[in-house]
Ligand binder design. Structure first.
Ligand code: R5P
Length: 283
């Protein structure tokens, strides 16, 4: 049985179809004081519950803990938790004294209610080890080639920093051809980044900029600006997790991108492809 968090309903339905398993009736409610009250009426004992919940907000984190507890209380045999997008995952170390390792803190809490955890393209694969037992990282980057036009002109697949180059390579391989390279990124703050161009000649070529997450859209819009200065053809931006916080969508549209694509790990207008098939192969 698939048990959906409120932020992952479309992906849960896709996964239920993929696995031919029923979708549990979940009710998302609140007490008058604002506390969450999330219930799964009628769940059967001795079944496997697959709880699918992107932790896109602090409430979504709490909702997941409640869902895990509800199905365990109802007597299911196994709780498999799927974190299509793991919130707090980017704070994976204490960068300065006094900071928390937020990814570890949330992983520990989630582990208490799960027998198995799967997550899609975590920001750093190492965060899987914060779970007990270690979470499985599912790579859905290849899906990002699906919505791209088939007529890209002499394409270049770029990542905005060295860390995401393998993701750009995966998209290129799935597309079936093209050059890959990466920018150098220096982050000055949560909303300020500096992008230095790569050496590759982009003049009149179509470029796909691929990253794991688009959050505020600052990284991508800076990358697009650099490309525009260099006479690029069309620019497509794509990511696994289209968080698209605040004014990110408008920022990227104003920057002149042709299209913004992402998967349904976070359900947004840009969610052009589903990761359900990749998840289904691991269940
Ligand atoms: C960071 O290393 C990530 O891979 C993304 O580049 C980053 O999270 C994007 O954030 P934003 O859209 O706020 O620039």
């Amino acid at each position: 049985m698939i048990v959906s968090g409120s932020a992952s309903q479309s992906l849960s339905a896709a996964l239920a179809r993929e696995l031919e398993e029923p979708l549990a009736p979940v009710e998302y409610d609140r007490f008058p004081d604002g506390e969450l009250f999330t219930t799964v009426p009628g769940i059967e004992e001795r079944t496997r519950a697959i709880v699918v919940a992107s932790t896109v907000s602090s409430d979504a984190h709490l909702e997941l803990l409640l869902l895990q507890d509800a199905v365990r209380e109802a007597g299911v045999d196994e709780v498999v938790t799927i974190l299509p997008y793991m919130g707090y995952g980017r704070q994976d170390e204490a960068f300065e004294s006094g900071e928390p390792v937020s990814a570890r803190a949330v992983a520990r809490a989630i582990s208490t209610g799960a027998d198995r955890v799967l997550t899609v393209n975590p920001h750093e694969r190492a965060i899987c080890q914060f779970f007990e037992p270690t979470a499985i990282a599912v790579d859905a980057a290849g899906r990002l080639a699906d919505p791209l036009p088939t007529d890209l002109v002499d394409p270049v697949f770029l990542s905005p920093d060295a860390g995401a180059i393998s993701l750009a390579e995966t998209v290129r391989d799935a597309y079936g051809g093209g050059e890959t390279d990466y920018f150098e990124k220096t982050r000055h703050s949560g909303t300020e980044v500096e992008i230095s161009p790569s050496d590759v000649d982009v003049t009149d070529r179509d470029v796909v900029v691929a990253d794991d997450i688009i959050a505020t859209g600052t990284t991508m819009s800076e990358a697009v600006a650099v490309l525009r200065e260099r006479g690029v053809g069309r620019v497509f931006v794509t990511c696994v997790h289209p968080l698209l916080a605040q004014n990110a969508y408008a920022k990227l549209s104003r920057a002149g991108v042709e299209a913004i694509y992402g998967t349904d790990t976070i359900e947004r207008e840009a969610s052009a492809v589903s990761v359900a098939p990749e998840l289904a192969t691991r269940l």
